[in-house]
Each structure stands twice: as C-alpha cells, then as structure tokens.
Design a protein around this ligand. Structure first.
Ligand code: BGC
Length: 711
C-alpha cells in the first residue's frame, strides 16, 4: 500500500528523475548524499568534530542538522548549489520535538490532553516557525511506547498505550507534513523497552509485544505518509535496529509500503562495532546499508567504509544507488531540486498567536492529580501566598528537554505567571534548595516564609536535564534536598499545593499525601507560568489525565494498566496470588486519571449492533462548573485462544459540558477492533462474548461495563 495522506504539501516525484541524477554521480558524490552531519548549533550527541562548510564544499555531506536561521541555511545551501560539481541541494533537519522558538509542553505532557486536535495544532505551529528558519525535516514524532519511567526518554514520547500512541503518530505526522516539513518516525522500534530503564541498553521484547505494543504507532505514521524514519540505537534479540533487514526492509518497505528515507541515529552505524556485530567500519557500513539504512548520521561510516565494503563484495553498487535515489527523491518531494531555497521564503510565524497556542496547550496538558476539599482553584482574593521551591522561579527549566531553538529568556516562570494573574497580591518567594544538589541551608528560611502565608504553592521536581536522552534515573524521586523542603513546608501546617515539574511520573515521599492539591505540570514550555496560573485561578479548569500509569514505587516498574491477568490474579486474601508482600499492586494514579474543577459521572453503557458495534454512554457534569472530561472505551476479550489483557483501550474522546449538562457519548467499534493476534500472530476475531468498559481512567473501580456476543 502506498502512503499518500499528509504528503499533499510535497512535490510529486517525476519518475526516473532521481535515478538520472544518480547515473551522473561518482562514488564519492554518492557517499556524500548518504551522510548527514551536525552543524553544532545544538549538541545532541557525543561531539564529533565537523567543518561543515568544507564538508559541503567537498561534497562529503548531503544534509545537515543542528543548523537554522535563514542566513546560515542560505549560505550552506549556496555552497552546495554553487560550489559542488552537480549542485545538488542539501536538506536541513532538526529535532523539533515540542516546538522551535516557541516551546510547547513536552510530548508526554501533550499526550495527557488526549486531544489529537491539539497534537496537530502544536505541530503545525512548530512547523511554521521551523520552516521560516529553513528547516526541511524534523526528527519527530518520537513514537516510543514507554512503561518504565526510569527511562528518561519517556518525556519525549506518547506514553504507555499503543492506541493513544498511534493516534498521536497520525496527528503529528499529518500536521507536520501538511505544513510542508518531512516527519521522521522514531525510534523504530521498542527503544522504550530498554532493560531496567537504562538508556541504550538491550531490550527484551517478544514478537507479540512488538506487534501489539511497539509497532502500531510506527504503522500509523507510515500510513499517514511519514517521509522518514529513524531506527533505534538498541537491538532486538541481538540484532541492532540499524542493521535489521527484516524490520527495516521486510516489514517497513515490503509489507507496509514505506517509500521514504531511513536515517540512522547519531553515530549508530559505527556503534555496530560496539554492539559486536561488525568487525570493522566496512562491515558496519555494509550491514546498515544492506538492512535499509539510507543516511548515516555522524558516523562517517559510509564515507569511510563503503568503498572497501564494495571492494570486498559486502554490498553492491545497486544498493548504494537505491539509497541515494531515495534521498534524492526526498529532496525532490521537499521541492529542493526545483528551488533549493524554497523554505527560505516562508513567512515568519506569528509569534503572539503561537504563544497563545502554547499557553492553551500547557493548560490542557497539566494534570490535576489530587484536589482535597476543593483546595483549587484559589479564591479570587487568595490572601497571602508563599511561592516556594527551586522550580518556582526557574523560567529556563520550564522548557524541559529537547527544547529546540527555544529561548530560555522568553519562558515564563511560575513566579512571573502568578504575579501577572494576581496583580497586587501578597506573594512571597523562597527557593528553599537547589533542584538537584543536596543543600539544606536555605530550607528553614523557606519554611518560615511558608509559615507566614495563608497558602503555599510548592514548585518542586526534576531539572530539565534529568529527563530526555541519556537521562535515566534508577530512583525516580525528588532529587537533591527537595524531600526535606517538602517536609519542612508541610510541617508548618499551611495548606499546600504541590506544582510538580518532571519528564516522567515521580515517586513522591509519603509526606506528599498531606498536600491538599497536586498538579503534575510535566514541563509546560514557554508559557509555563501563565498556564499554571490559569489553572490555579480557575480561569481554565484542568482537563488532562496521566498518559502513563503512575507508580507508587520503583519496585512496581515496568507498569501498565494493560497486563494479562495470569492464572492467579491478585486476591487480597490469597497469598498465592499475583501480588507483592510489601506493596499494593495498584498504582498511585491510574492511566488516564486526572481531576477537573467539576464532577463527572458516566452511565452504564449500552451496546447496539448494526454494521458497527455501537457503544453508548451518558456523561453528566454533576458539579457546579463547566469542565472537560476524557471518556475512555476499553475492550476485554474474556476468552480467546491466547490470553488477552484485562483492558485494552480502543477509543477515547474529550467532552466539554456546562454545569448540570449531560451528553450522549457514542463509540463505533468495527469487527477489526475486536481482533487479536493468535498464536501465530495472525489477526483473528473469535465469536463469543466481549466486554466493553467505559471510564474516566483505567481504574477498575470507576469503570461502567456491558457485554455483548459476537455470533
Ligand atoms: C537521538 C535522536 C535525535 C538525534 C539527532 C540522537 O542522539 O537519539 O532522537 O534525533 O540524536 O539529534
């Protein structure tokens, strides 16, 4: 099947054009096209010295990343076009993960909104800013399903659920590409399964889990027309993805019909030596190229190794030519073969409008985890407020990891946001301690500030550098002396709201349960302070839910709501059932959990059968304020030929209701939604009984259920 959706903004390739160009090229020129180098505006991996201008002039590179801005891009392009023999233009890539100059919430945060419309809107806005700075391709969306919050890259991705991740993949890929920027689905595949949450570690993943959990978002991106894909650094069963012909060519190109470009991850081809699957660079280069990796990022392994690999018969010139043709076709699709400067004439993005989207995205992404006694929103006259904690006046941290071309000085701190929202209010401030270093010297002074206030807003959590790539944490707790700060503040007895900033769910000390309210702010981006203030004042009602099951303890990890029951599912009174001696099985917060400032109730669903299976429920806003809830529809196949998870998400939708209002919420399930993979991994539908469960999260105690029989 040929992917077309989302490619409308691109030039249709002229048959034979790329191949004709390849026919004119020397081997050195071909190898240049196969290489992407970093221009070091941003450092996104181990520093490998490059002299970009000289490399471009010598034709040793076909594309650049980490370079942006019209003048810089124009000059690099000019060298490629005017000073190389064939004048083949470069393309320019960048990790625009959650924004360019305007930084949106981190992907894990945005996923909490469960809003594909928002996911598309922020991608479109980011694409406009990036295009105006000369960017042709983003290394996004990152689609790694993650169930281990020790892994720092959970921050960059769409959470634990394959259905949500697939919807995210579709929305992001389409939006990027409709805005004229090529999307790169990454990191293919199962990178999120890195053992023990340690970045770059080996993965253990069964063929079933690969097919059911890790592959679906990539399939969705390919179906949405993604023009590029990046293999993961990791291996599956000893085969590094960069060298995995079965997946990169067999599955991706031959079965799924992907006809874009595969770009290696940073130095991943030379790392094949360290994996222990290649003896030298020619072998590594041949393995990667033969597998289907077209572009070598930063290894220079193709340049150094392919001439000898060809001499040794490890690969063929046809294989080289096919990869070069795919890269030239990408450039053609991007319009660069017709106008190398095409994106440089894009209009500047509208900065205030983009900031407004960022503010709305952030308010929609922050999760109200707890709100005892309606502690939030704050009253219009909030009395004396104490803003305490190392993240309270930390504008730059608000951007989180992978902040693109984001400007720290343009980010709004919580302190600034609160001052703007409560003009003239009595707000005192104390950082209390650093984010990440043990230092208790200023805690007593901060507690004194808390003691004199009517309310404390305690901004604690991780520093931006503590999540993202190469940021695994064995203990996902409050770093530095923040637990001591929390104790000292709570000991004052002043009502306290915790504003938690992090790139993953954190395991908070038990004392945190004594705080009245807990907001998971993640990293909200450029508009952080305004967004937090919008929720605290009640100008906006929280509407997000956690897109990952929030563990109570590191010992529960990996954790997901979508487990199979096993033969001895947990029974409280039965020792010989699946549980811990020292911890409950239940998480701190279930997948999807998030409170609002109102109260929603769901009715038991009804099921009607026609062409589709229609599951209908009624959502009622029983509270006194307008609000938005996400309704989830889970399926359970109670008897199948292989055991199925106790819950599988099939649909989700956001519904906004006025106080007292009700709405009918209907979901149509197709027969394919009832399918599972049988023992041979072939999709199959068993006739018989099915259960559907609707809920506002995956917490079993809140689900409303119905059954139906498929004949
Ligand atoms: C990351 C990729 C990223 C690349 C380029 C790598 O270290 O794993 O996600 O796209 O660097 O910056």
């Amino acid at each position: 099947m040929l992917a077309t959706t989302g490619a409308a903004a691109f030039t249709a390739p002229r048959p034979g054009r790329a191949e004709a160009l390849v026919a004119q090229m020397t081997l050195a020129e071909k190898l240049g096209q196969l290489s992407i180098l970093s221009a070091d505006y941003a450092v996104t991996g181990p520093v490998v010295p490059t002299n970009v201008d000289a490399d471009v002039r010598a034709g040793r590179v076909g594309s650049l990343f980490n370079l942006w801005g019209r003048d810089a891009v124009r000059e690099a392009q000019r060298i490629a076009v005017e000073e190389t023999r064939l004048g083949i233009p470069l393309f320019f890539g960048l990790d625009v993960i959650h924004g360019f100059r305007t930084v949106f919430p981190i992907p894990l945060a945005e996923t909490s909104a469960f809003d594909p419309g928002l996911w598309a809107e922020t991608a479109t806005a980011a694409a406009r800013e990036a295009a105006a700075a000369g960017i042709d391709l983003t290394f996004a969306p990152m689609l790694d399903v993650a169930r281990d919050p020790r892994w720092g890259r959970m921050a960059e991705g769409p959470g634990e659920d394959p259905h949500v991740a697939s919807a995210y993949a579709t929305a992001k890929t389409r939006a990027w590409q409709e805005a004229g920027i090529a999307a790169t689905a990454k990191h293919f595949v199962a990178y999120g399964a890195s053992r023990a949450g340690r970045d770059y570690a080996a993965t253990e993943v069964t063929p079933r889990t690969l097919a059911e959990v890790y592959l679906p978002p990539f399939r969705a991106a390919v179906d949405a027309g993604a023009l590029a894909l990046m293999p993961a650094f990791t291996d599956i069963d000893g085969v590094p993805l960069t060298a995995d012909r079965t997946l990169l060519t067999g599955l991706l190109r031959e079965q799924w019909g992907f006809d874009g470009v595969v770009i290696s991850d940073y130095t991943a081809i030379s790392e094949l030596l360290k994996h222990g699957v290649a003896a030298d660079i020619p072998e590594a280069a041949a393995l990667a190229l033969n597998a289907g990796t077209d572009i070598d990022m930063m290894s220079r392994a193709y340049e150094r190794g392919l001439p000898e690999a060809l001499d040794r018969g490890l690969t063929t010139m046809e294989t080289v030519d096919a990869a070069v043709a795919r890269i030239l076709t990408l450039k053609e699709r991007l319009g660069l073969l017709d106008d190398p400067y095409v994106r440089l004439s894009a209009a500047d993005a509208d900065l205030p409008a983009t900031r407004a989207i960022a503010r709305r995205a952030a308010t929609t992404s922050i999760v109200l985890l707890r709100n005892r006694g309606g502690a939030l929103p704050l009253p219009a006259a909030p009395g004396r407020l104490a803003l305490v904690g190392p993240l309270a006046d930390a504008a730059g941290e608000m951007l989180g990891p992978w902040a693109g071309a984001g400007r720290r000085e343009e980010a709004v701190s919580v302190r600034a946001g609160l001052a703007a929202a409560f003009p003239g209010a009595d707000i005192s401030f104390a950082a209390g301690c650093p984010i990440d270093l043990p230092d208790e010297s200023a805690i007593a002074a901060a507690a004194a500030v808390a003691a004199q206030a009517d309310r404390v807003l305690l901004a604690i959590g991780e520093a931006a550098w503590m999540s993202g790539e190469a940021a695994s944490r064995a203990r996902i707790d409050l770093p530095g002396s923040q637990a001591a700060l929390l104790d000292a503040v709570l000991a004052t007895g002043t009502p306290t709201t915790i504003l938690l900033f992090s790139g993953r769910p954190l395991v908070l000390p038990p004392a945190a349960d004594r705080a009245d309210a807990l907001l998971a702010c993640w990293f909200p981006g450029s508009e952080a302070g305004h967004a937090v203030a919008d929720l605290l004042t009640g100008a906006v009602s929280p509407s997000a839910g956690t897109p990952v099951t929030w563990p109570r303890d590191v010992g529960q990890i990996p954790i997901t709501y979508a487990d199979r029951p096993g033969g001895r599912p947990e029974e409280p009174a039965n020792k010989y059932s699946s549980k811990y001696l020292d911890l409950p099985n239940t998480p701190a917060f279930a997948f999807g959990h998030g409170l609002t400032y109102t109260r929603f109730a769901l009715a038991d669903p009804t099921v009607t059968r026609g062409d589709a299976i229609r599951v209908t429920t009624t959502l009622t806003n029983e509270g006194g304020r307008a609000g938005t809830a996400t309704v989830f529809l889970f399926l359970r196949d109670p008897v199948a030929r292989v055991a199925r998870p106790t819950l599988e998400l099939r649909r989700f939708t956001r519904v906004t209701l006025a106080p007292g209002a009700s709405a009918t919420v209907g979901f149509a399930l197709l027969r394919s939604d009832l399918a599972y993979l049988d023992a041979r991994l072939t999709p199959t539908v068993d006739p018989g009984e099915f259960e559907v469960h609707v809920g506002l999260s995956a917490d079993p105690s809140g689900l409303r259920s119905a059954r139906f029989t498929l004949g």
